[in-house]
Design a protein. Structure first.
Length: 302
């Protein structure tokens, strides 16, 4: 009778042979639509379970997580003290505290389990990509996550200034009473707005890798791009004071300049690998037309 380790090794060999045969019969990884939908369903279920597990773990640390999220509010009002008007958040509904607990736990669970559900997303997309497209995806994910984290850092710094501005707009003789739910919505909106704003340079580089834009076109539209960056920074910024807009817009504009250098170097590499006789022509210049050699009809008839 075969021992247990040898049986496991035999089953593993059989499984590897089966996978190898499946790859040989279907090297492109193609599958019917119903199989794609079934695969998508399995991935979505796994992502939902992972986020729920992360939310359950975050539930136990709710007090620390909520204290961290309240820090910009405490900085804006000077100090936080329970049951003091204007210095503490409140809720009015019977079930609002429970729902706040759930929302905070789900947000924290989605953040701490992001590597897992990002991998599930990648595992669903990767079989349909070519090797070159996979390298682009590695570049995108490996750069998008740090840039989004940098945007969240700047958002956390700017939140208190935005809240101070909104508090100053109420005028004198009024006490601002923010609900915990409205403050949580403000917190999430600023985090997402700043994070997406820092993804703009990466999007420009990806478009260049896909040959949608070139450095020549980027150079012509540089002023418009920088202007749009500051417009987007003004929209994403929680307050219209010039310091916050300059902090966000200036940082993103500097990243756009770095993206321009990358685009320039990539265009030079592309021109070196793909020589083109018309590469030096401008967008409004016609390419030369090669005239065919004249045909001697007399000789052809003879």
């Amino acid at each position: 009778m075969a021992s247990k380790p040898s049986a496991i090794r035999g089953a593993r060999v059989v499984g590897e042979r089966y996978v190898r045969l499946k790859r040989q019969s279907n090297p492109d990884g193609r599958m019917p639509l119903i199989d794609h939908l079934r695969e998508l369903r399995n991935r979505v279920v796994k992502v939902a379970l992972v986020i729920l597990i992360g939310a359950g773990a975050s539930w136990a640390f709710y007090s620390r997580i909520w204290a961290f999220m309240q820090r910009p509010y405490c900085q804006a009002v000077g100090y936080c003290k329970l049951n003091v008007l204007g210095h503490s958040l409140f809720y009015s509904g019977v079930t609002d505290g429970f729902y706040l607990h759930m929302k905070v736990s789900l947000i924290a669970g989605a953040i701490i389990t992001s590597p897992i559900w990002l991998y599930q997303l990648w595992a669903f997309i990767a079989p349909g990509l070519y090797a070159r497209e996979k390298r682009w995806t590695y570049l995108f994910v490996g750069t998008a996550v740090p840039l989004f984290g940098l945007g969240c850092f700047f958002a956390f710094l700017a939140m208190s200034r935005g809240l101070k501005f909104f508090l100053s707009m109420s005028g004198g003789g009024l006490t601002a009473l923010f609900t915990a739910d409205s403050y949580l919505g403000y917190w999430v909106a600023i985090i997402i707005g700043f994070g997406l704003c820092f993804e703009v340079p990466l999007v420009l580089v990806i478009l260049n890798l896909a040959r949608v834009i070139t450095h020549e076109r980027f150079r012509k539209w540089r002023r418009v791009i920088i202007f749009l960056v500051f417009v987007f920074a003004g929209i994403a910024s929680p307050s219209p004071d010039p310091l916050t807009m300059l902090l966000l817009g200036g940082t993103v504009a500097a990243l756009v300049e770095v993206a321009e250098v990358i685009i320039f170097l990539n265009d030079r590499r592309y021109a070196r690998l793909h020589p083109d006789l018309n590469a030096n022509l401008s967008d409004d210049e016609l390419s030369p037309i090669e005239t065919p050699e004249p045909v001697d009809f007399d000789s052809s008839l003879n």
